[in-house]
Every structure is written in C-alpha cells, then in structure tokens.
Design a protein around this ligand. Structure first.
Ligand code: ACO
Length: 364
C-alpha cells in the first residue's frame, strides 16, 4: 500500500501590509467593524505576479524536502486567480523552477483549491501514477478585487504556500479525505464581468464585480466543514480527542470559532493566523501548515485535521498523520523582489478605477 508523505513545505507572504486603518482612508469602514466581524487586522498585497509568489513557496518546499525540481513529476496549483488564462500558472511555475519532468495542472475550486490538490495528489500517489508531487495553493486576489465593495474588499489578502508529497510505505500523510460541492448555492460567491457568461461588448466587461452573500456562505461553510471533518475522522477511526491540531481554511475568526465548537475541539487546538493575512483563499491552508511547523505546533506522529470551503460552494476536509520529521532538510533563500511602495500606493490605480466605475454605474 502506498501513502503520500508531506516531506516539504513553504510559504510566500508578500512584504507589503494593508492595515484596517489603511482601508478606512478610501472606504466607509472601521477597524472595529472589521475586527469584530472577521478577526482580521491586516492583510498582504502582492507587488509582482502570482507565479512569483508560487515560485518562492515552491522553492522553499523543495528545499525542505531536499529535492531537485526535476524530481517532481506533477505540479497541482490550486487558485482561482492566475497570471494569465492561457498558459496556466502551473506551467509558468514549472518553467521558472526548471521542473521539466512535471505535468502541470491548475485547479480552480477557489478557497478549497489547495485541499482539492492535496486530495488529488495523494490519491494519484496512492494509485501508483505519480511519485513526487508539488501541491501549491495561493491567490493574488487583490488584483481581482472591487475596491468599491466594502463588504468583500476587507476580507481578502494575497499569499501562497506549497507542500511536497512523496510516495512512502508508511501510513502517514493524508490518511483520510473527502471533497465535495454545494453547487445549489454557487450564487453566494461570484466574480462577475469576466468569462464567457458575460458579454464582451458590455462596458462592464473586465470590471471584476463580486456577488457575495456573506451570511449564506457563513452558515453553509460551518455546516459543510464540520460534517466533512466528522466524516474523515470516522473513515480513519480517530476521535476528535486524538486530534492534536486543526489547521483550517482561514476565512473569518468567527467561522473558526463556530467550527471548533461544532466539532468539539478546544480553541487552543485550532491554528489561527487570519488576523495577519485575512482570507488568502487557496493560500490559507499551506501557509498555516507551514507556520504551524515553524512554531513547533506539529510534533512527529501528530494527527492534523484540516477543512476548507470556498466559491462553488466547494468544500473538503482531510486528516493528516504527520511523519517523523517536522523540520526542513535544507533552507531556500528564495524571496520576492523588494518593494518600495506602500500597499495604498500599489492599489491606487485599482481603487481609483473601481470607485470611478461605481460612481458611473450608480449615476446611470
Ligand atoms: N465596514 C462597515 N460596515 C460594513 C462593512 C464594512 N466593511 N461591510 C458591511 N457592512 C455593513 C452592512 O452594510 C450592514 O449594514 P446595515 O446593517 O446598515 O445594512 C452591516 O454591516 C451588517 O452586514 P452583514 O453582512 O449582516 O454582516 P455580517 O455580520 O454577516 O458579517 C461577513 C459579514 C464578515 C462577510 C460574514 O458574513 C462572513 O464572514 N461571511 C463568510 C464569508 C467568507 O469568508 N467567505 C469566504 C469564501 S470566499 C471564496 O471562496 C473566494
């Protein structure tokens, strides 16, 4: 029986910080509203391209596993954002890394993109089809944000994470997982004015609007994640008391608290970094997993439970049995190029474009 051990991990969080106070300079919001409703204090804004973040995270993960790029036979990249629609971002990462032996696939299932990738990569290794898989999850969501919509713009940030999976005979890695989709509510999170459903001749085309029904998403997210978490624990024959750490999708602190209560785990066993990065969509779980290891929150042999939900509404959960090693084998010095702008300076053209667009459409 093959298993897929997580042998490498890494993250890329852009250096430029957008605080709640920064948001109040161009939007009718307050630090108090954002903090009390979401737990978010600040988020990161990317100053280069999505594949640049993915490359840094991937190099760190490969160094942690002490592998060469050519050892990798598959790259799965979970994201709803990309450098370009064609070619896909996974192929850009393959090229920049020099991972010439790797098939390269983008997985667009929004915030669950990483968990979907972990599930698919693990099961391809377990089936014997692949041996060394790089799973990346991340998002350059600030590029697609409608900065005139306070109910959605305050929630998100940019970041990327990655793990390396390697075939092993030991019963470690993702030992149980379940993914699914609550598609009847797919209207609850939509990016509009981009794609073939929207007329290219419309003046709105390429003004990525957001339909976002926060309360609907909240309810369905807690229900789907807790049900999926219960199912994977049952599949693995593990009780919630045996779980050492929960590393869930970081959308909102209130969702994390509700999830912890519903699955019956104390809050101190739930890893939280949403206050620092906001919701980085498919980036949240690999970044949180990497930070859990950096902060010694994961010990050899631990059971780590993860769960996610996102646009679609896609959902998933997984139970990871950690292996013996919790430290990187080698370190990479890869990082993003320096940035000499503030977050507000980076975003200024986009904020202006959307506020003017909003004023124009409200007048019409
Ligand atoms: N600042 C100040 N006031 C605001 C803001 C803001 N940024 N946004 C909305 N408000 C106002 C509303 O206009 C409303 O005002 P009103 O009462 O005068 O009408 C009031 O605050 C309450 O709004 P609600 O939407 O009811 O606020 P709620 O408590 O539901 O919190 C939130 C909203 C934080 C979005 C919550 O519903 C949530 O977290 N939902 C989950 C969403 C999520 O994280 N999804 C992630 C998936 S995304 C993906 O997959 C790509």
């Amino acid at each position: 029986m093959h298993y897929a051990q997580i042998t490498g991990w890494g993250k890329c969080v852009p250096p430029t910080i957008l605080t709640n106070k920064d948001l109040t300079t161009f939007m009718d919001t307050t630090d108090e509203w954002i903090t009390s409703r979401t737990g978010i204090k600040e988020r990161r804004i990317c100053h280069c391209n999505f594949s640049d973040m993915a490359l840094v995270a991937a190099k760190q993960a490969l160094a942690a596993a002490n592998l060469k790029p050519t050892d990798i036979d598959l790259i799965l990249l979970g994201a709803l954002t990309n450098d370009s629609y064609c070619p896909n971002t996974a192929s850009l990462v393959q090229d920049a890394l020099g991972a010439t032996n790797a098939a390269s696939i983008d997985i667009n299932s929004a915030c669950t993109g990483f968990l979907y990738g972990l599930h698919i990569g693990t099961n391809l290794i377990r089936a014997g089809a692949h041996k060394k898989v790089l799973v990346i999850g991340g998002e350059f969501i600030s590029h697609y944000m409608d900065w005139s919509r306070r109910e959605v713009a305050v929630l998100f940030g940019d970041a990327c994470g990655a793990v390396v999976l390697e075939a092993t005979e030991e019963a470690v890695g993702l030992i149980a997982s379940k993914i699914g989709c609550d598609a009847e509510a797919n209207h609850a999170i939509e990016i509009t004015n981009l794609g073939s459903a929207f007329s290219k001749t419309s003046e709105d085309f390429l003004y990525n609007g957001w339909n976002f029904e926060g309360q609907e998403v909240f309810k369905r997210a807690v229900k789907a994640m807790s049900q999926a978490a219960g199912d994977v624990l049952a599949e693995a024959g593990i009780t919630i008391d045996q779980v050492n750490l929960v590393v869930p999708h970081q959308a909102n602190k209130r969702i994390l608290d509700a999830l912890a209560k519903r699955i019956g785990i104390p809050e101190d066993k739930v890893f939280v970094n949403v206050h620092k990065y906001g919701n980085t969509s498919a980036g949240t779980i690999p970044v949180a997993l990497t930070e859990s290891l950096e902060e010694n929150r994961i010990k050899p042999g631990d059971y780590v439970l993860t769960a996610s939900f996102g646009a679609g509404l896609t959902w998933g959960a997984g139970l990871i049995r950690w292996g013996e090693r919790t430290t990187p084998l080698t370190q990479s010095d890869a990082k993003l190029p320096p940035c000499n702008k503030t977050a507000l300076e980076i975003l200024a053209p986009s904020i202006q474009r959307y506020t003017q667009y909003r004023a124009r459409t409200e007048q019409a």
